[in-house]
Design a protein around this ligand. Structure first.
Ligand code: 5GP
Length: 175
């Protein structure tokens, strides 16, 4: 039986340093304001948990879960919401926190939907960005790392619900 090989793409220490840097920039940009962070489940939960503890501004958190199938879901444009936000974002400063920006389809669709709720501002913070993979033009205001077109796991990211617990971002393959 072949073993799964894990190659570290971004090590824990580099992640930690970069998340602190991002939090510093965000704290400066939103100085004197109160932020609502909206995390996209499940992949963003580790990144958001680390990010929030380095922020130096008051903030609230909420989560949205997107799904492409399943019962009890609410279809909205291109995306399907299986758990919507529970906080009113009208007139508020909102930062959407996502694990990976890939084709851009998920975030562009979610942003259109959130804009209808009339926030004062709406920006995007992604941990990883695969710029080469875009199918629609979309840029995040805050990006942790640009990465090549490889499938990655760890630091919240999964493959079939496995590997989310890994502290490093890894590329997996069979050996
Ligand atoms: P897109 O930008 O294509 O609409 O969707 C981004 C989503 O695709 C991410 O939130 C993530 O769930 C998934 N995704 C894209 N690339 C990867 C990857 O390399 N690893 C993992 N685990 N998920 C990915």
């Amino acid at each position: 039986m072949s073993e799964v090989r894990k190659e570290i793409l971004i090590a824990k220490a580099d992640i930690d340093k970069r998340v602190q840097e991002l939090a510093d920039v965000i704290s400066r940009d939103y100085e004197g304001k109160e932020l609502i962070l909206i995390g996209i489940l499940k992949g963003a939960f580790v990144f958001m948990a680390d990010l929030i503890r380095y922020l130096r501004i008051p903030c609230q958190v909420d989560f949205v879960r997107l799904a492409s199938y399943g019962a009890g879901t609410m279809s909205t444009g291109n995306i399907t919401i299986s758990k919507d936000i529970e906080t009113s974002i009208q007139g508020r400063d909102v930062l959407v926190v996502e694990d990976i920006l890939d084709t851009g389809l998920t975030l562009s669709s979610l942003v259109e939907r959130l804009k209808k709720k009339d926030p004062r501002s709406l920006k995007i913070c992604v941990f990883l960005d695969k710029k080469d993979r875009r199918k629609v033009p979309f840029e995040a205001e805050y990006v942790g790392f640009d990465i090549p077109d490889r499938f990655v796991v760890g630091y919240g990211l999964d493959f079939n619900e496995m590997y989310r617990f890994l502290p490093d971002v890894c590329v997996i393959g069979e050996s």
